[in-house]
Design a protein around this ligand. Structure first.
Ligand code: SAH
Ligand code: SF4
Ligand code: F3S
Length: 442
């Protein structure tokens, strides 16, 4: 009987895509991927190290595995991903339960590691690579109408607060050809939307081809395929790229463009490589070129030395840009980063208060922006039932806004024209105007 593997995934979409790559590798080796933890012969956590809280969650969860291991002493437990890369040997030494530690560039070695662990050994593989992109591995995805495609790995930006360059290594891109081929395979399987993934997709490069070329190439695979991408670094948000998004109907008009802070002094300490004025210029250019574009951002409150005035400038840039949405975080010092050496001098209660102010302001702006859409029409791709009710569908607009509609005779994957009738800060509610594409009809 095939051995059963169970994987839990934490962190960003890159990790979600990596789990599909891992599943692809293990499936090919004859392992069975299972979804019931009690049935597993090996349990893995694909982990995140971005903030301390992310790591604490993993330790907490690891504690839950104790009773499983007591019941089955042969159970193999492994830590994968960014925490594995950051803590390496320490994980095996400090956590008696852990048999395998495997970093993001070493997943090809997992079958050998698992084999060793089933024979009672412990194993660590955490080399980072300058070339590994898993280009030739076919990810094992759950069936669905949306899919992630990882197009690059690593990051060379070295923002001073961030562990990613240390946990994911140097930036490297997959070949354009293999990405286009993968998009083609997905379309043939009924996928209607792909999201191209990387920590900084704008610096994608394959020979002469840059990210604008890649986007256009993937969008050309099928004019009915929606193409999304994340994350964009403001410094590399070129005119050419903006032009490509503006002119291609099926490249979605939503850009995640993290600003982190509104203060030039803090941006400099963060090594974000743009000023507030430069950032606002890029936003103006995007808004001029791409009609009905939606912008989202990430904000950190309480970076070392952040003053009340710096914080007010962050609130001010939120007011100026009027993002559709924002992800907001309290600064969490990460060992060995440059910011770590600056000291964590903003008290936690002040970080928290500033975070609440950012959240409250953004909630007001998101609500205002959503209300502006009441009465307008949009096209949505139906993704599934609404989380709240069986009598409603959930879909997303081109600009990545969630729309809820009453359940009619539709199917997941249908493209539907809707009119927006009401709004909250996170959700739009619509009525159906017509169907433009029936899934499975082409
Ligand atoms: N590559 C993306 C972001 C990756 S991490 C980019 O450059 O925008 C996602 C977000 O986590 C970051 O944008 C940042 O806002 C937040 N983050 C990263 N390190 C952090 C830290 N040490 N403390 C708090 N938030 C952090
Ligand atoms: Fe981290 Fe900065 Fe790279 Fe984003 S661009 S992953 S924040 S170092
Ligand atoms: Fe976390 Fe690693 Fe992603 S640190 S945010 S899982 S790249």
């Amino acid at each position: 009987m095939n051995r059963k593997i169970y994987i839990e995934t934490y962190g960003c979409q890159m990790n979600v895509a990596d789990t599909e790559i891992i599943n692809g590798i293990l499936d090919k080796e004859g392992y069975e991927i299972c979804t019931v933890i009690e049935q597993a012969d090996a349990i893995f956590m694909n982990t995140c190290a971005i903030r301390d809280h992310a790591e604490q969650r993993v330790y907490g969860r690891l504690g839950n595995f104790d009773h499983l291991k007591k019941r089955n002493p042969h159970l193999v437990v492994g830590i994968l991903g960014c925490m594995a890369e950051r803590l390496r040997q320490n994980l095996i030494e400090d956590q008696k339960l852990v048999d395998i530690v495997c970093g993001p560039d070493e997943y090809r070695k997992l079958p050998a590691l698992i084999d060793g662990a089933f024979h009672g050994g412990k194993g660590i593989q955490t080399q980072l690579s300058r070339v590994e992109t898993y280009d030739d591995i076919e990810p094992l995805r759950e069936e669905g109408i949306t899919a992630w495609i990882s197009v690059m790995r690593g990051c060379d930006k070295f923002c001073t607060f961030c562990v990613v360059p240390f946990t994911r290594g140097r930036e490297r891109s997959r070949s354009l050809q293999s990405i286009v081929r993968e998009a083609g395979t997905l379309v043939a399987r009924g996928v209607r939307e792909v999201t191209l993934l990387g920590q900084n997709v704008n610096s994608y490069r394959d020979g002469e081809a840059d990210f604008a070329d890649l986007l256009v190439a993937v969008a050309s695979v099928d004019s009915g395929l929606r193409v999304r991408f994340t994350t964009s670094h403001p410094q590399d948000m070129s005119d050419r790229l903006i032009e490509a998004i503006a002119t291609r109907e099926n490249i979605c008009s939503s850009i995640h463009l993290p600003v982190q802070s509104g203060s030039d002094r803090i941006l400099d300490l963060m090594n974000r490589t743009y000023t507030r004025a430069e950032y606002l210029e890029r936003v103006a250019m995007i808004r001029r070129s791409i009609s009905a574009v939606a912008l989202s951002t990430d904000i950190i409150t309480g970076f070392p030395t952040e003053t009340e005035d710096d914080h007010l400038q962050t609130l001010d840039i939120l007011e100026q840009v009027r993002y559709e949405s924002a992800f907001t975080f309290k600064y969490s010092p990460r060992e060995n980063t440059k910011a770590w050496k600056m000291g964590d001098d903003v008290p936690d209660d002040i970080k928290g208060r500033r975070l609440e102010e950012v959240i409250a302001l953004q909630r007001r702006i998101s609500l205002e922006r959503n209300r502006e859409l009441i009465g307008s029409e949009a096209t949505i791709l139906l993704e599934g039932p609404s989380k709240r009710s069986d009598t409603e569908w959930m879909g997303r607009t081109d600009a990545n806004r969630t729309v809820i509609i009453p359940k009619g005779a539709f199917e997941v994957g249908d493209t539907i024209r809707v009119r927006i009738e009401s709004a909250t800060s996170a959700t739009l509610f619509g009525t159906v105007v017509g169907r433009t594409f029936a899934h499975g009809s082409s």
